[in-house]
Design a protein around this ligand. Structure first.
Ligand SMILES: Cc1cc2nc3c(=O)[nH]c(=O)nc-3n(C[C@H](O)[C@H](O)[C@H](O)COP(=O)(O)O)c2cc1C
Length: 314
């Protein structure tokens, strides 16, 4: 897959990317590390920034340390990964303390997951000690009582977001699930609750079965699909959200080339996150996509802001 990730990237003079201001924060480029990939330690976050990420999101953090699901918990499938990690993490207090010791070099969003509004408020308060923004995981498809279990009811989403917003001065993002036919209603509920923006999408519910053993492949039986395979799902989600919401949208899902990035921005994303391609295309994906994006903007004589949502014009 590595070669297809880079096939269309050309070097463009001295241009190194497209700096942007969003959510009251400055980013050297609009390509952020997505939650769950490399963000398990502050050192991993810094490595992504050193490799060119304009911002980073931590692995989702809960109130207590947790081991997650038994392996196999990540398998490669056509054009992506299927994972059921089960949100393993060292706990929000430990991670926040470790993060406060490291200069990551770019804005850090702490991703958090909880079971109810009070837990989200507590997590937000703790994580705000070292982060620049908060991302509420309302969308993980493979963990009980959290993630999409609390992220598909608009009323609950509004209450969770509102409590989190009250617990911090930092911008709060709501990360949405594609495993619903109500993503715009949920996005609107997050906006009503005070979210500074929404992130779309988390992984798409899926599973794989081994034809030799005739058993499900993942330890958790079902999991979430990511990577190039879900890119069109992300484009549609961002497109629909842009029509229904006023807050900025951060697009995520199958970004691995300049074209996939431009497509999501045209759909309405103001910034992007990259997850699976960090593994399938190498860490250089941030710089490669940024260069290609800069070249596209230069050729089209457009700014990044001009490009956002351009596919909606009549
Ligand atoms: C191995 C793995 C672990 C992930 N862990 C998290 C997580 O902890 N929290 C979260 O909100 N999303 C998590 N995700 C979802 C990604 O952040 C992202 O939304 C999704 O993978 C789609 O983006 P991509 O196609 O660029 O990977 C994970 C994805 C993968 C592949």
């Amino acid at each position: 897959m590595a070669s297809s990730c880079r096939a269309t990237v050309k070097t463009v003079g001295n241009r190194t990317g497209t700096s942007t201001k969003l959510l009251g924060l400055k980013f050297t480029n609009p390509l952020f590390l997505a939650s769950g990939v490399m963000g398990t330690t502050p050192g991993g976050l810094k490595s992504a920034v050193d490799a060119g990420a304009g911002g980073v999101v931590t692995k989702s953090l809960g109130l207590e340390a947790r081991k997650g699901h038994s392996s196999p918990n990540v398998v490669g499938v056509d054009c992506g990964y299927l994972n059921a990690m089960g949100l393993p993490n060292p706990g929000v207090e430990y991670f926040t303390e470790e993060l406060s010791k490291v200069d990551v070099g770019a804005p850090v969003f702490a991703s958090i997951f909880g079971e109810d509004p009070d837990q989200f408020a507590k997590l937000t308060e703790i994580a705000s000690g070292a982060a620049d923004g908060i991302e509420l995981n309302l969308s993980c498809p493979h963990a009980e009582k959290v993630g999409s279990a609390v992220g598909t009811d608009p009323d609950l989403v509004e209450r969770i977001v509102s409590k989190a917003v009250d617990a911090t001065d930092l911008p709060v993002l709501a990360k949405l699930t594609p495993n619903t036919d109500r993503i715009v209603d949920i996005g609107r509920a997050a906006e009503s609750g005070g979210a500074a923006g929404v992130v779309a999408i988390n992984t798409v519910s899926g599973m794989a079965i081994d034809v030799e053993t005739k058993r499900p492949v993942l330890g958790n039986v079902t999991g979430g699909l990511s990577g190039r395979a879900i890119h069109p799902v992300a484009v549609k989600a961002v497109y629909d959200l842009y029509e229904g919401l006023s807050v900025p949208i951060i697009g995520v899902g199958g970004v691995e080339t300049p074209e996939t990035a431009v497509e999501l921005i045209l759909a309405g994303a103001s910034a992007l996150q990259i997850g699976t391609a960090v593994a399938t295309c190498e860490l250089s994906v941030f710089r490669d996509v940024d260069r290609g994006l800069a070249e596209y903007l230069s050729q089209e004589d457009l700014s990044l802001e001009d490009l956002v949502g351009l596919a909606h014009r009549n």
